[in-house]
Design a protein around this ligand. Structure first.
Ligand code: ADP
Ligand code: ZN
Length: 713
């Protein structure tokens, strides 16, 4: 069997990604390798595929016991015999695995490093008696102090080459700079290893940064796009994860919190529920995510500023491992940056503080970019990148230039009046006429006090940054930089020089997303089919088939097993085990909707790479409603919460396409309107309290939507 055939048979993929093919053939030639690939790049196949081809056993070293089960389940479902040995298993279970190992029945064995070498349960001698073909070391950066996740037990792996001098070793990691890389090679004592460094570009992730204003409302709006999808929301503090998870639950979302302060049981339960799609949103500190293999994470949100680019990239990288379009959203505020500056200072360690502050500064620069964010990220990791990726918020926005001469004059004269002795925050407060007591009394008498009150704080920050970038101002001094004039300032102040600035907040979408026609109703049914199988087999749904595979089926409507084989992700074993129920679901749907196979439209060689899956989810709800279904029925059919359905319908009330009286009895409207007018309509809960049990949340929301349309408030 060729490697390509094995790839299709066992994993259902037609093409290798990145350098998988070269890596695999290198390993099959018994040579050592170091593999660097971004998260979701497809590292596992680099040793799993050789493992099925090679005659003996492949030993996989992995740091996280909790994740071994998932990987082993996934392999077994693909028809590859795999097992793990760890302390969570009962004795008889372990004995059974040992027996199978002796009989050479197992192709891959997962182990934690300490299991190999530590005094009790030492396995290395036993492994020597077996026919071992390959050793794979996952998360290899854990061996280095320079990596971000050093694990002392990994140091024991230095003994591997002594124990198995002739066996090929493949070390894999998603994060390793030059020193870490060298360290890995030295410590593992790899023999003339080849290094395979893939591009770290995650093409299917869309990067965006939003100014943090009312972040919860901003978040809800963002989540509207993802009524049924999984995502991770990162917060800085443990407390805020719990609070946000609760607020989201109150809005009808399925959300749980995860942080290092929770007891182990809660953590495990929440993680498991997330992996199994029982909980859609994980609100977590950065304690969550290492090694999470869930492939269908559609979005990662950072509510607070991450401390450095490395962490940010790692965390956003957890989105879209299945290759489908995914979204990384970060809420940025200058206040967050200031807060983190405080944390970054390490008492008594100036050198360390400087490094941390520099890293934070890069993070802030990323947020403030007016050039392609992907380019910045890739350059940060020493990779060349084109200046326009077409898939980040900057590339998709037109930044309109405005004549900023007056704005610049205001800012420069404030700096001048303050004798060039204050920082950005003070200057902005002065410009905006802040009542803040920190503003000295004598400064409140200045002519410039309050001349920029019409411009928001965030906008001022952006303008001043631009003025610095254009050299009309400079920011000097550390750790408390102050604003100073430059030689160019005078021309502006004297009106001899015009200044161009970027119009803030004007984001026009340049490109509209490409819509791939697929059967949304069928996709829902396929998910149900998958869930039934996953429940029966007691594994997370994505282990059965990825969302990408379901989406392909819903697009190309394969009618028989031969056609199913053309769907990416459906390997022979999976077709044999699960092909039938999916085939039936598709056929029944097609029959009912008078559709036929579209498999002919699928180019046979290339794996389809859909650009985006923007579902007209609100329209779908609206159509069902118009077709006579009520909210509960729609919620059931669409597997959404009634709350979500309501919010969809309210959109149409707001646009005037749906009559408010469809959802609210005539008699009730005036009272709701009254209450909203007197108490405000930002928060629904207090209104509900005022109005009492006779008025439902739906009715209140609908009236508010109607009021917003009619602009009566
Ligand atoms: P990593 O370990 O590098 O983070 P994984 O090995 O978990 O990534 O792979 C990420 C996802 O990509 C998995 O769902 C995997 O099945 C899929 N994948 C891997 N290789 C290919 C390929 N050649 N074609 C399509 N999908 C692939
Ligand atoms: Zn870009």
């Amino acid at each position: 069997m060729t490697t390509a055939e094995a790839l299709h048979k066992y994993f259902g993929y037609r093409e290798f990604r990145h350098e998988q093919e070269a890596i695999i053939s290198h390993v099959l030639n018994q040579k050592d390798a170091l593999v660097l690939m971004p998260t979701g790049g497809g590292k596992s196949i680099c040793y799993q595929l050789p493992a099925v081809i090679m005659p003996g056993l492949t030993v996989v070293i992995s740091p996280l016991i909790a994740l071994m089960k998932d990987q082993v389940d996934a392999l077994n479902i693909n028809g590859i015999k795999a097992a793990f040995l760890n302390s969570s298993q009962a004795d008889n279970e372990q004995r059974e695995i040992i027996k199978q190992l002796k009989a050479n029945e197992i192709k891959l064995l997962y182990l934690a490093p300490e299991r190999l070498f530590s005094a009790e349960n030492k396995l290395i001698d036993f492994l020597k008696t077996l026919h071992v073909s390959l050793i794979a070391i996952d998360e290899a950066h854990c061996i280095s102090h320079w990596g971000h996740d050093f694990r002392p037990e990994y140091l024991m792996l230095a003994g591997l080459k002594t124990a198995f001098p002739t066996l090929p070793v493949i070390a894999l990691t998603a994060t390793a700079d030059q020193i870490t890389r060298k360290d890995i090679l030295d410590k593992l004592q790899l023999h003339h290893p080849a290094q395979f460094v893939s591009s770290f570009d995650r093409k299917n992730i869309y990067y965006q940064v939003s100014p943090k204003k009312k972040s919860f409302d901003q978040l809800l709006k963002f989540l509207d796009q993802y009524p049924q999808d999984s995502g991770i929301i990162y917060c800085l503090s443990r407390q805020s994860t719990e609070k946000l998870a609760e607020d989201l639950r109150n809005e009808g979302f399925s959300a749980k919190a995860y942080h290092a302060g929770l007891d182990k049981k809660t953590k495990d339960q929440n993680q498991e529920a997330f992996l199994r799609d029982e909980v859609k949103i994980m609100v977590a500190t950065i304690a969550f995510g290492m090694g999470i293999n869930k492939s269908n994470v559609r979005f990662v949100v950072h509510m607070d500023l991450p401390k450095n680019i490395e962490g940010y990239y790692q965390e956003t990288g957890r989105a879209g491992r299945d290759g489908l379009p995914s979204n990384a959203l970060l809420f940025y505020s200058y206040g967050d940056a200031l807060k983190l500056q405080g944390f970054a200072r390490v008492e008594g360690n100036e050198a360390q503080s400087q490094i941390m502050l520099k890293k934070l500064d890069d993070m802030v620069r990323f947020c403030q970019l007016q050039t392609c964010r992907r380019q910045f990220l890739l350059q940060y990791f020493d990779e060349k990148a084109a200046p326009d990726c077409g898939a980040c918020d900057v590339c998709l926005s037109d930044f309109e230039k405005i004549d900023g001469t007056t704005i610049a004059q205001k800012a420069l004269s404030a700096v001048a009046r303050l004798n060039e002795s204050f920082g950005v925050t003070y200057v902005i407060d002065l410009l905006r006429g802040s009542q803040n007591e920190k503003i000295r009394e004598q400064h409140k008498q200045l002519k410039t006090y309050g001349i920029g009150a019409d411009i928001s704080k965030a906008d001022w920050q952006q303008y001043i940054r631009e003025l610095i970038a254009q050299d009309y101002l400079q920011s000097v001094g550390d750790p408390y930089p102050i604003l100073k004039l430059t030689t160019k300032s005078e021309h502006v102040l004297k009106g001899k020089q015009n200044v161009q600035l970027t119009q803030s907040q004007t984001i026009h979408q340049k490109q509209t997303a490409e819509i791939i026609p697929y059967e949304a109703g069928l996709l829902i049914e396929l998910k149900a089919t998958r869930l039934a199988i996953a429940t029966r087999e007691d594994v997370p749904a994505y282990i059965i088939l990825s969302d990408a595979t379901l989406l392909e089926m819903a697009t190309y409507l394969p009618q028989n097993i031969a056609e199913l084989k053309q769907i990416s992700g459906f390997g022979d074993v999976k077709i044999e085990r699960y092909g039938k129920p999916f085939e039936q679901t598709i056929k029944a749907y097609c029959m009912h909707h008078q559709l036929t196979s579209r498999i002919g439209q699928k180019s046979p060689k290339r794996e389809r790479k859909p650009k985006t899956i923007r579902i007209g989810t609100q329209t779908e709800t609206y159509n069902l409603y118009k077709a006579g279904m009520n909210i509960t029925e729609i919620a059931t059919v669409r597997s959404l919460s009634p709350m979500t359905i309501e919010s969809h319908l309210c959109r149409f009330i707001q646009t005037g396409e749906l009559d408010v009286f469809e959802l609210v009895p005539n008699a009730k409207l005036p009272a709701i309107k009254d209450a909203a007018e007197s108490y405000g309509y930002e928060k629904i809960a207090p209104l509900k309290e005022v109005l009492g049990d006779n008025y439902s949340y739906t009715e209140i929301k609908a009236v508010i939507a109607w009021m917003q349309r009619a602009a009566v408030i």
